[in-house]
Design a protein around this ligand. Sequence first.
Ligand code: FMN
Length: 142
Amino acid sequence: MIFFVLYQSDATTDFPSDEDHKILETAYHRNRADQITGYLVRTPNKYYQYLEGPSAKLDALLQDIKSDVRHTDFELIQDGVIAQRRFSSWTMGYHLMSDKDLDEFYSWLHEGEGFGEVLIAYMEQMARQREEQFNRPGLRGG
Ligand SMILES: Cc1cc2nc3c(=O)[nH]c(=O)nc-3n(C[C@H](O)[C@H](O)[C@H](O)COP(=O)(O)O)c2cc1C
């Protein structure tokens, strides 16, 4: 069974920040070993992260993430069980949101669906676009 978690937090790092690269570097090794996949979105003030994988590994990773000083105010948006991974080819995808992206994203949010659903759909769209472009801004694995 695959569990997923979607959360948001307030970044304490600069925007953009080398720390994000360090996070992705760690994620590349650890997520790969723990069969965790997902997507990380960075805005000037926030992190939004979607993680999916086996329950025990996911819980252990979340404990570490929650105590990471690179962000504060961890807030769960959504969690649950899924039949199939949404980001199976991404050890941890990454998207740095520009102000323009943010405007677009917030106008999209007003279309009525729940925030979590819209956010996940946005991440999936970003991942799909990247897969089509073959440029590797996030870390691919599999
Ligand atoms: C916003 C954010 C997202 C993170 N995502 C991951 C992740 O997907 N995988 C990971 O291994 N570490 C992630 N980290 C880093 C962890 O908090 C932690 O530093 C790391 O897993 C420590 O791994 P180690 O104990 O194996 O060295 C993230 C940190 C932050 C601030």
